[in-house]
Design a protein. Structure first.
Length: 703
């Protein structure tokens, strides 16, 4: 007898739940894709069950047992390693026996989205929305403000590109409809501009054990040390964190290309070559926390957010779990799997691993659950994937570099360009290893992520060309020819590649539109308000469906209700703060305050910790009673030691109350003892002015 604990957020009240003797779960009419916590009558025998695969049978959906946990002890590790090695041996025998599907080309995709509220801020309502969707194609992501849906595989022929766009629109419309029931909107964006650090706490992690297990495992490999994120573009972002939640800043449009076992190595290498030019013309993620970084900041952010390496003084070379690779593939897909297992520690294990080799020897394709679980924790930008479709094992190349958005049409155009280059390059260059060096291809990828269409790309024949010229003059014709040779409808090929061509000619990718529109806004407006307005404009253009190269970049007049952009101190604090050292002289302090026209200046020690605050009033008092020779007095002698401070997440009303009660005109904003910003009376005067003007405008409106 097995009892089932099912919460209202996990399954509809009308669902019927029962269990087979093999402990798989049968759920009728479920709103699923949540973890079901089930147990035997003995409380110590816990079983985590989650969606593994769907087999429809008479209206019933079978959910396989799937116990996911972080590997903590040697016994757990040993069991999972044996399963992993068994899966590798099974795959090797399948390759030798020709059990991998060949001669069939399919494409597919995974769409990740952001959930936003009416004020354009992240809305952590994923679980509420999934409760309303009766479709196994929808699933969770790491953050509560993210969702993902998966497209059904499509044969790579005829009208497949149009089918891809049609299904994307259908599923997105369904998601929008369900999201509207909980006052939530959907946004396709590589990085949501309005995200703040306060959104990236574990409270906003999706409540599934596998996400928390992953977080614990990465923390252990880092030695429980905070890691430092550092991205330098036009601006620079340096911050520390201690969880994987920074990964939830990214959403992507991941595309799949099925290949045969015998052609895997050759086509995987082609995918590596094609990735940089496709990324250069597809960038859509230039801003993170209001900083102008890379054209596709997702690339740097994801690599660092999932990095398990520890800092060391020695020159040991170690690889990040997110990466492009280090060399060409020479033989088969086994090379990649073996290399990754050799280089990377196991993060999470599974308790539902089958005896894969035995399955193969009985002529059945195994699921290779251990290998797939491990492969899911190593994030190659072009990742090999194994799967079983309609009883036949197959291999796919999953391209993970493309950002979500700006529109569905843009995304399908990006996919068409990639698929076309996969075909065109492989037709023209039988073995790309002979025509271009791997290091040049990898350098192309990094350059494209940093600079987009403004980069120079190395290409076959030893030439280096501007990305714009290479794409327009050589790659679009090459992709067009490759698609048409595969029988893709000429009108669809023309439609999608024309989007790529126009985007390239105008040099207006999604990232460029975001930067131009952001730059056109009034710099006197608070950053949070500008980012919310930018997000609203992107959402409006996105709904209209017109590709991003046609979006206008004229100055945007903020028309949002601005109040939500001032709820927390971090949304409007000044982060470009002038400070002095406790050892610097009062004379220097006075000059800095005069030059920069500021009335308060924080004082830091040599470790960068906030130790005091000097106000303009305290300077005046000092100079009124001290002789001219006292200018050399150190700042520590006149500073207010241990000033009243707040954290970035502090509510604005609480900050106002602090300043009123203590009769102070400034609040340093600190995190873990270090200064991250400052707010002053002047900030609140501006807020009050905007509120006053807004209320007057409301009063003018006819009743």
């Amino acid at each position: 007898m097995i009892a089932c604990l099912v919460s209202r957020s996990s399954v509809s009240k009308t669902a019927e739940v029962s269990f087979d003797t093999d402990h798989s779960v049968l759920v009728k009419n479920p709103r699923i894709l949540y973890d079901f916590k089930c147990r035997r009558e003995q409380p110590e025998s816990a079983l985590l069950v989650s969606f593994l695969q769907v087999e429809s049978s008479g209206g019933w959906i079978r959910m396989g047992e799937h116990k996911v946990h972080d590997v903590k002890d040697s016994q757990d590790l040993g069991r999972f390693q044996e399963c992993l090695l068994d899966d590798l041996r099974a795959l090797e025998e399948m390759l030798q026996a020709g059990m991998i599907e060949s001669g069939v080309r399919r494409i597919g995709a995974e769409q990740e989205v952001f959930l936003i509220d009416e004020h354009m801020h992240p809305a952590p309502r994923a679980m509420d929305i999934l409760e309303r969707i009766e479709d196994p194609l929808f699933t969770t992501e790491l953050g509560r403000f993210n969702l993902e849906f998966n497209l059904t595989p499509i044969r790579f022929e005829s009208s497949c590109l149009g089918q891809l766009e049609e299904e994307l629109n259908r599923l997105l419309d369904k998601l929008r409809s369900c999201a509207a029931q909980v006052d939530t909107e959907i946004l396709l964006a590589g990085i949501l501009p309005t995200l703040t650090r306060s959104d990236l706490t574990l409270d906003n992690m999706t409540p599934k054990e596998r996400y928390f297990a992953l977080n614990r495992a990465i923390q252990r490999l880092r030695g429980d040390q905070e890691f430092q994120l550092r991205i330098k573009g036009v601006d620079e972002l340096i911050l520390t964190d201690n969880s994987v939640m920074l990964e939830s800043c990214n959403t992507s449009f991941q595309i799949h290309f099925q290949v045969g076992a015998e052609e895997f190595a050759r086509l995987y290498n082609v995918a590596q070559v094609a990735t940089a030019p496709v990324l250069a013309v597809a960038t859509n993620s230039p801003l993170l926390f209001g900083r102008n970084l890379w054209r596709e900041t997702r690339i740097a952010l994801f690599q660092q957010a999932a990095d398990t390496r520890r800092a060391t003084r020695h020159m040991r070379q170690s690889r990040p779990r997110v990466g492009f690779g280090t060399r060409w593939v020479d033989g088969s897909v086994l090379e990649i799997f073996r290399e990754d297992i050799a280089h990377f520690r196991i993060l999470i294990g599974r308790a539902d691993c089958e005896e894969s080799l035995a399955e193969v020897r009985q002529g059945r394709p195994p699921k290779l659950t251990a290998l797939q679980s491990f492969n899911g924790s190593v994030y190659r930008w072009n990742r090999p994937c194994y799967g079983v479709h309609e009883g036949q094992a197959h291999l796919r190349i999953e391209n993970r570099v493309l950002p979500a958005g700006p529109t569905i049409a843009d995304q399908v155009a990006n996919a068409a360009f990639f698929f076309g280059l996969m075909c065109g390059i492989s037709d023209q260059y039988p073995d790309v290893r002979r025509d271009i060096a791997f290091d040049e291809v990898k350098a192309n990828f990094v350059a494209a992520a940093r600079m987009g269409l403004q980069t120079q790309l190395s290409w076959f024949g030893g030439v280096t060309l501007p990305a714009q010229d290479l794409i327009l003059e050589e790659l679009i014709p090459l992709a067009r020819e490759g698609l048409q040779r595969r029988g893709i409808l000429a009108d669809q090929v023309g439609h999608y590649l024309d989007i790529i061509a126009e985007r390239t000619r105008t040099r207006q990718t999604g990232s460029i539109w975001l930067l131009k529109t952001f730059a056109a806004m009034d710099r006197q407006a608070p950053l949070a308000e500008r980012l919310a307005t930018l997000t609203a404009e992107a959402a409006r253009n996105q709904k209209e469906g017109k590709p991003a190269h046609g979006w206008p970049c004229s100055q945007v007049i903020p028309n949002l209700h601005w109040t939500p952009n001032f709820l927390r101190v971090e949304q409007y604090m000044t982060t470009d703060v002038f400070t002095v050292s406790e050892n610097e002289t009062v004379h220097l302090v006075a000059n800095v305050m005069n030059w920069q026209r500021i009335r308060h200046i924080p004082v830091e020690n040599e470790q960068g910790e906030l130790v005091g605050l000097i106000s303009y009033r305290s300077l005046l008092r000092f100079f009124s009673r001290e002789p001219e020779s006292s200018k050399s007095t150190p700042a520590r002698d006149i500073m207010i030691a241990q000033p009243i401070t707040v954290e970035p997440e502090t509510a604005t009303l609480d900050a106002i109350d602090l300043m009123t009660r203590h009769q102070i005109g400034c609040l340093p904003v600190v995190k873990q003892g270090r200064l991250v910003g400052i707010i002053t009376e002047r900030d609140f005067m501006r807020v009050s002015r905007e509120l006053f003007c807004q209320q007057l405008q409301v009063g003018k409106q006819p009743s």
